[in-house]
Design a protein around this ligand. Structure first.
Ligand code: FHN
Length: 431
């Protein structure tokens, strides 16, 4: 079986799940100015370490997080096991900079895995390739982020080989000590999320020992789904080994589905924040997205064969912000009656209609109607091709006779139709 077929087998659950929870949490939740605070404010390690001494999330209860994710209709979650500041939320044998050495003395990752598995969700780990704490990761001046300066990245005075060995060992721990892990989300930066790996070759692939790392990971967890941020090109007929199993656009909706050079669909996942911040932040009064906005983005991702991973940033006490909880519960209300148009669905062979979007599963078409201020409602030129249509939420029949008299629901409702029995190109009704 080639890498393309292997990728298709591994990502079956991922493509069915469509919707997940991203969780950015760590020491940075104490300064509450976002996860880049150490670099952005040039905080010296000895000052930042006050947060390590103080960290004690007394109200951390991942069972609540897992219940919220499940209630929102999410099928998987991805927790930061280590972000760029190098702090590990798990009991690693390779560092003292870990949650089990803080006041809480807890393996936060283990509790997360147990709680989310108990709720039936797939569990994923985020792991930052950057590490502003490890002595052998080059801290380039104030920036601490030697993205662009190759010469500094090789790190005069740093033993790069040691750092690569360190993070390979930690990945081994994560994939050995916590049971079956379904997804690994390596993170470097926006340069790595595009389709063609990264424009910074020196920060990609074998810089990270990617082939050896992936081989080890597949030995430990043969079915694990891996993202594309180790670099590599997912578009090749035989994708690079380190190109991972899905591409990971961030915060910006792709124009269309991800395809390889042969036009074959590539799994992809849009990760995005609820309020412009990944880590907990109080200093940026940026608005939260509306629930409707998030639902429309989820529908758009699925209509383009993609997933959506929406982020929450718990605070220093271990609680998800109330605003995030409110939005996720409202999304759950919508998913409770419309998830048939999301789970296991993907792009329709039909052109996008002007009044909304289609998602499709087999020969069941779902019409997501955003705006019917068009008077009589037209099913995008499908007249005569539809066997029956029902409003997804309540199963109500939709009249298909002409003249189209529209649907008796509020003028600008966001309604999902289940349209069964489309005729295929041979004009035979598909049951
Ligand atoms: O620098 C990180 C950022 O903090 C956050 O983790 C996002 C999430 O995908 N990834 C990087 C930015 O591309």
């Amino acid at each position: 079986m080639g890498l393309f077929e292997e990728r298709a087998r591994r990502t079956e659950w991922f493509l069915d799940a469509r919707f997940g929870m991203f969780i950015h949490w760590g020491l940075y939740s104490i300064p509450a100015r976002g996860e880049w605070v150490k670099s952005a404010e040039k905080i010296p390690t000895e000052v930042y370490d006050q947060y390590f001494e103080e960290f004690n999330p007394v109200r951390y209860n991942p069972k609540e997080w897992a219940k919220l994710a499940k209630e929102a209709g999410m099928k998987y979650a991805v927790l930061t096991t280590k972000h760029h500041d190098g702090f590990c939320l798990f009991d690693s044998a390779y560092t003292d900079y870990k949650s089990t050495n803080t006041k809480c003395k807890r393996d936060l990752v283990k509790e997360y895995v147990d709680a989310f598995r108990e709720e039936g969700l797939k569990v994923g780990f985020y792991y930052s390739l950057l590490d502003w704490h490890h002595e052998d990761y080059p801290h380039y001046g104030d920036n601490q982020h030697p993205m662009r300066e190759e010469e500094s990245f090789k790190g005069a005075g740093h033993n790069w080989k040691n750092y690569v060995e360190y993070f390979h060992n930690q990945v081994r721990e994560l994939l050995t000590n916590y049971g079956k892990i379904d997804l690994m989300w390596f993170d470097f930066s926006y340069e790595n999320k595009n389709l063609a790996g990264t424009e910074f070759e020196h920060m990609s692939g074998e810089t990270w020992g990617a082939k050896k790392l992936i081989t080890m990971m597949r030995e430990l967890q043969p079915d694990i789904v891996i993202d594309n941020r180790l670099g590599g090109d997912a578009r090749k007929p035989e994708p690079d080994l380190h190109a991972g199993d899905f591409v990971s656009p961030e915060c910006m909706m792709p124009a269309g589905e991800a395809v390889d050079v042969l036009g074959r669909s590539i799994p992809w996942e849009l990760c995005l924040t609820l309020n412009e911040n990944w880590g907990y932040a109080k200093n940026k009064p940026w608005e939260y997205k509306t629930t409707e906005n998030v639902i429309h983005m989820l529908v758009e991702c699925v209509s383009k064969n993609g997933n959506m991973l929406i982020n929450v940033g718990p605070n220093a006490k271990g609680e998800i912000p109330k605003e995030s909880i409110r939005i996720l519960k409202e999304i759950g209300e919508w998913m409770r009656v419309n998830s048939d148009s999301i789970y296991g669905c993907g792009k329709s062979e039909l052109e996008k209609p002007e009044w909304g979007r289609y998602t499709q599963k087999g020969n069941i078409l779902y019409a997501h109607i955003y705006d019917r201020r068009v008077g009589s409602f037209r099913l995008g030129g499908l007249e005569g091709r539809i066997k029956k249509a029902r409003i997804l939420e309540d199963g109500a029949e939709v009249r298909l006779e002409k003249p189209w008299n529209g649907l008796d629901y509020p003028k600008d409702a966001f309604v999902q139709l289940e349209i069964a029995g489309l005729y295929d190109e041979k004009d035979t009704v598909l049951e």
